[in-house]
Design a binder for this molecule. Sequence first.
Ligand code: GLN
Length: 380
Amino acid sequence: MLHNKLPGKGTNIFTLMSMMAQQHDAINLAQGFPDFEGPLALRERVAYHIANGHNQYAPLAGVPGLCEQIAGKVLDLYGCKVDPETQVAVTPGATLGIYCAITAVIRPGDEAIIFDPCYDTYEPGVILNGGVTRHINLTYPDFNIDWQKVRDTINDRTRLLILNTPHNPTGYLWTEDDIQQLTDAVAGRDIYIISDEVYEHITFDSQPHLSLLRYPELAARTFAISSFGKTYHTTGWRVGYCIAPEALMKEFLRIFQFINFSTQAPMQYALADFLQQCPEHHHALGDFYQQKRDLFIQLMSPSRFKLIPTQGTYFQLAEYRAIAAEPDIEFTARLTREHKVAAIPVSAFYRDPPSQHVVRFCFAKHDDTLRQATHILCRL
Ligand code: GLN
C-alpha cells in the first residue's frame, strides 16, 4: 500500500470543475483558460519549427534566443537587468517552475508563508519537500495583506514567502505600501521569495504591475515566475519561465535538470520569434482583458451576484449570498448541474476558509460565451 504523501489533497478543483462542466454540458467559467486561440502567427511559428528541425532537446535553461527576449522584456518593463545566460530558465509551465523554486529553497522543517486564498499548487510543493506551510488569510472583502500578521508569523524557521500579484483568485494588485512592508519584514533575514507573476500583463485601469523585479533589494532574494500560456492564450503548451539571481538560479537548475531536463523546443523557438516580432501583444493584453472584464460586469449588473472589484488577472469574484445560503462547493456543483454554468468555489483556495459565499468566474472567454453565461446567471 502506498503512503499518501499529500493527505487531505484530492483531485484539484480546476480538474474537478472542468470535468463536471463537460459532464453536464455547462459553460466553463471555472478553470482559468481562454476559449479562444492565441495569435495565428505564433501558432504558425510552432508549426514551422516542428517542420524545420527544432524537435530535439532544448538547452537546460532554455533556447538562448528566448532567454534573451525574456531578459529584454524584464529590462523594458521593470528596469531589471538580468543575464540571459545565468538568470533565466524556461520551464514546462509556471507550475513546475514554482515547484522547482520551492524545492531549491525548502529543507525538512523549514516554514513557508502563503497567503490564502491562493493557487492550490504552493502548499503541496512545500509539503513534498518536508516543509511546513504557515497560512495567513487575506482580509475580506478587500483581500489586503495584514502585515502585522506577517511580522508575527515570521520566525527563525521561516525560509520562504510565496506571493502572487496580480492575484488569483481575487485580482488584487500589490501596492507600493505592500512592497515597502515586505522589504522591511524580510530585511536581515535568510528568507527567499517566490513571486508568482503569471498574470503580469493583465492589469486594469492603467494600474502598473509591481513586479518584485523592479526592486533590487527584493529581486536579490526572489524567484520571479511567469507564464507564456497566460500571455499568449496557450495554456496547453505548458511554457513558463523563472528569473532569479545567479546563485539562486544555479540551485533551481540543479533540480530542474532532474525533473524535466529541458522545456519543449519548438514552442521556445516560436515564442522567441514572436516576442521579437510582436511585443505589442503583451503591451495590449491588459486592455484586451479589461474590455472583457467590463463587458462581464455590465452583463452581470442585473444579476443578484455582488461582484467584488478585480484589478487584474482574468478572474472575477462574485458573492452569491442574495441567491443561496448553501456553501460554495454545493452552490457551484448545483450551478453546473442545474444551470449549466461552471465556476470555482473560492473556499478551495483556503486552508481555513472564512465564512463567505463567493465564487470565481473566469472571463477569458469569447464575448458570446460571456453573454450566454451571464444570461443564465442573471436569472438566478
Ligand atoms: N491557474 C488556473 C486557474 O486558476 C488553472 C491552472 C490549473 O488548472 N492547474 O484556474
